[in-house]
Design a protein around this ligand. Structure first.
Ligand SMILES: Nc1nc2c(c(=O)[nH]1)N[C@H]1C(S)=C(S)[C@@H](COP(=O)(O)O)O[C@H]1N2
Ligand SMILES: [Mo]
Length: 405
């Protein structure tokens, strides 16, 4: 196969391959491997077929067998998750670039910027000695459910075509972000706190000082009682309960506190709502409406589409809301004409997802099972979600196709 270096480079860019990925592919299989990876990167289904080139661009470290594979992400199969806590080896991975391997012995966390009294540098051991706090919280990608913009509404949105598995729930242990800000002496004038990763391109996203000071906004070194795995941000990551996953910066290397609002890629062109309902000039310098909180959702723990045997079935699922505990889950067999209650399982915690079960005497045939969640503040899933170009925050109740018999 003969392809000029320039043509190869532009193909790779289109397919969102990083320079490092391209170099590693060239080393392992020459131009043919890069071309193969470009094809795969465009099509998640093809990437799932594996093969040497797919292995070479693999941006994660963990075994991807239990997952639905996307070019740079791993989606959890919810049907395999039974407990309140998603096991670490089944927790979804959302990486913009490959997982970096960081040595805890030389690792440093730096706190800087004009919003603090004095810059601080902490070693891993220093962070472990700070006041510790554990929070059980779900973490969800803003693009979770993106495929349903196309599949349900008929207008596909660009980006990883997540089904329902870009979400998980874990017990996160670390120290409140506020304890680190205290060490640096937060100024009263501080406005924004930007968190920067140690991955290629320093993935980063700012949050307000108010959210940064929330007791449950934590810098995490343990996940479900184990040291944070490399793919989930070892040695240290943020977890910002209720807010879109991109705020929960992994491989955290720097915290920059600023006396002014901070504008970066991830709050101007990415992780903003763009489309007819969000006139860009209203949000300048951002190109769309801001996103902070996730949206209330519920999903069946079944493949999409699903198959069940006829008869008495118990179907499980997960429901979650960013702002309050889940109060009720309802299900419908007639597209939302009539609803009946699902059973909620204990415990129901503020930041965690809630597990539910529906009991269904399923007759043979093709069915659509729809579920919806209601939280303690009365929030529920809307019947329609306005289209946005990057496909964030889809949360209309899903018409889950289920073939029985
Ligand atoms: N440094 C860094 N942090 C990151 C990302 C990243 O690519 N780099 N991805 C973000 C996004 S978009 C999400 S949804 C979550 C996913 O966390 P997980 O991979 O542990 O599930 O991490 C966030 N933190
Ligand atoms: Mo995300």
């Amino acid at each position: 196969m003969s392809t000029s270096p320039d043509a190869l480079a532009s193909l790779a860019a289109e397919a969102s391959l990083s320079r490092r990925q391209v170099l590693s592919l060239l080393g392992s299989g020459g131009a043919a491997a890069v071309l193969a990876a470009c094809g795969r990167a465009e099509d998640g289904a093809a990437a799932a077929e594996g093969g040497d080139a797919a292995a070479a661009i693999r941006p994660w470290v963990k075994d991807s067998a239990p997952f639905i594979q996307h070019p740079t992400n791993l989606e959890t199969r919810l049907e395999r998750i039974e407990g309140l806590l998603t096991p670490n080896d089944q927790f979804f991975v959302r990486n913009h670039t490959p997982t970096p391997r960081i040595d805890a012995a030389t690792y440093r966390l730096r706190i800087e910027g004009d919003g603090i009294e004095r810059p601080v540098e902490l070693a891993y051991e220093d962070v472990l000695r700070l006041p510790s706090r554990s929070v059980v919280a779900y973490l969800e990608c803003a693009g979770n459910w993106r495929r349903f913009f196309g599949e349900v509404m008929g207008t596909p949105a660009s980006g990883s075509q997540w089904g329902t598995g870009g979400v998980g729930c874990a017990e996160w242990t670390g120290t409140p972000l506020s304890s680190v800000l205290d060490l640096a002496g937060l100024r009263r004038t501080a406005v924004d706190v930007n968190l920067l990763g140690l991955d290629e391109g320093e993935f980063n996203r700012p949050m307000s000082v108010g959210k940064a000071l929330d007791d449950d906004t934590i810098l995490v070194y343990a996940m479900n009682g184990e040291p944070l795995p490399p793919d989930h941000g070892f040695p240290l990551r943020a977890v910002v309960p209720g807010w879109v996953g991109s705020n929960s910066v992994k491989w955290l290397g720097r915290i920059v506190v600023s006396n002014e609002k901070v504008w970066v890629k991830n709050n101007t062109t990415s992780y903003v709502m763009m489309g007819p309902d969000w006139p860009a000039d209203r949000f300048a310098p951002a190109e769309g409406g801001p996103i902070n909180e996730q949206s209330i959702k519920s999903a069946l723990a079944l493949p999409w589409p699903a198959r069940l045997e006829a008869g008495e079935r118990t179907v499980r699922g997960f429901a979650y809301s960013p702002g309050a505990r889940v109060a009720e889950v309802e299900w419908s067999l007639d597209g939302g004409g009539t609803w009946r209650p699902a059973r909620l399982a204990d415990p129901i915690l503020q930041h965690a997802w809630a597990r539910f079960e529906i009991f269904w005497n399923a007759p043979a045939g093709s069915h659509t099972v729809t579920v919806r969640a209601i939280d303690e503040l009365g929030n529920t899933q809307p019947p329609n979600v306005p289209f946005n170009e990057k496909g964030y925050l889809y949360n209309a109740p899903l018409p889950h196709p289920v073939r029985v018999g």
